[in-house]
Design a protein around this ligand. Structure first.
Ligand code: RIB
Ligand code: CA
Length: 313
């Protein structure tokens, strides 16, 4: 089975970093064609820098990293330094990147890659706000039918919001972009908070990262030590939800997840619920299903896979 070709669109972010490391630790299953940075957890100049730092931590300065959208399509940028720290990668002390940022804009890279690769052979893996993806679809609608699948982290149903009472952060930052992506017609698989809040980095799981004793294992443990304080305080949980790596784990071992093919639409008008993913989980409307919306995860299986792959870097 050839490795699956993916583009990771990301706003690192400690959990984005772990997702990138999981992908780079799984070369038999995944070929990372490129990483496109978007503004989200922290502004773009930091997300593009963090993405390069993580590639170098993984020993992969060959991975092309592109900078994309500085701002959401319609409203001002909302960031999450309160969760991820000033740098977006607080926790470990990592060296500044030496690998270059690609000249090309991330949106142009997405468009050109989808046009150049055989139709249906490239999966888009958005781990942050959907601004780059929506911009690519707006600029080049012809690429939509060429997308093999969009596997994204975002949204929530039973878990409702984490940045507002109604909305999950990635969708909330750019609901107009999310609406474009969810209505585009490309196959979509969603990893919402309903799943990621069941992927908690308990002490035992974080110790397993640290006990790898490698620069990657120790850095991931230090990222989690920082990243988890916010969620543990807010939810009283026994660890941080490791949101974004669930996207990559799905590509490697889909059986770790269960969900439903349902209709998901995005609230863009209401001030109160802007960015809410209105998921018809109980199929009470006649709206056409448009997304595989995941609801459960084999958390032990997920962490076993993740630790095994991090150990390979
Ligand atoms: O709500 C969680 C999501 O928002 C994750 O992707 C995290 O990195 C932040 O981008
Ligand atoms: Ca993210």
């Amino acid at each position: 089975m050839p490795a699956r070709k993916i583009i990771i669109d990301t706003d690192p972010g400690q959990d984005d970093a772990v997702a990138i490391l999981l992908a780079l630790g799984s070369p038999k299953e995944i070929e990372v064609l490129g990483i496109t940075a978007v503004a989200g957890n922290v502004p773009l100049e930091l997300t593009q820098k963090n993405a390069r730092m993580i590639c170098e931590l993984a020993g992969r300065p060959d991975i092309p990293v592109f900078a994309g959208s500085k701002n959401p399509l319609a409203k001002r940028l909302v960031t999450a330094e309160h969760v991820h720290g000033k740098t977006g990668l607080d926790g470990p002390t990592l060296p500044d990147p030496t690998m270059p940022l690609q000249e090309k804009h991330a949106v142009d890279f997405i468009i050109e890659t989808l046009r150049a690769q055989p139709a249906g052979s490239v999966t888009l893996c958005p781990l942050g706000p959907l601004t780059n993806i929506a911009s690519a679809f707006n600029q080049a609608p012809d690429i939509i039918e060429k997308v093999q699948e969009i596997v994204l982290m975002g949204g929530a149903y039973f878990e409702v919001g984490n940045i507002t009472p109604a909305a999950e952060f990635n969708i909330y930052v750019d609901p107009e972009a999310a609406e474009i992506v969810f209505k585009a017609g490309a196959p979509i698989t969603v990893m919402p908070l309903d799943v990621t809040h069941k992927a908690l980095v308990t002490k035992a799981r974080n110790d397993a990262f640290r006990d790898l004793g490698t620069p990657v294992g120790i850095a991931v443990a230090e990222m989690t030590d920082f990243f988890e304080r916010y969620d543990k305080e807010k939810y009283g949980s026994e660890g941080a939800p490791l949101h974004d790596p669930t996207v990559i784990a799905y590509l490697i071992k889909p059986k770790l997840f269960t969900g439903r093919f349902i209709n998901v639409e995005i609230e863009t008008k209401s001030v109160l619920t802007r960015g809410m993913t209105v998921a018809d989980w109980w199929r009470v409307t006649d709206r056409e299903p448009n997304a595989m919306f995941m609801g459960d995860i084999d958390a032990d299986g997920f962490f076993t896979l993740l630790t095994d792959r991090l150990a390979r870097l």
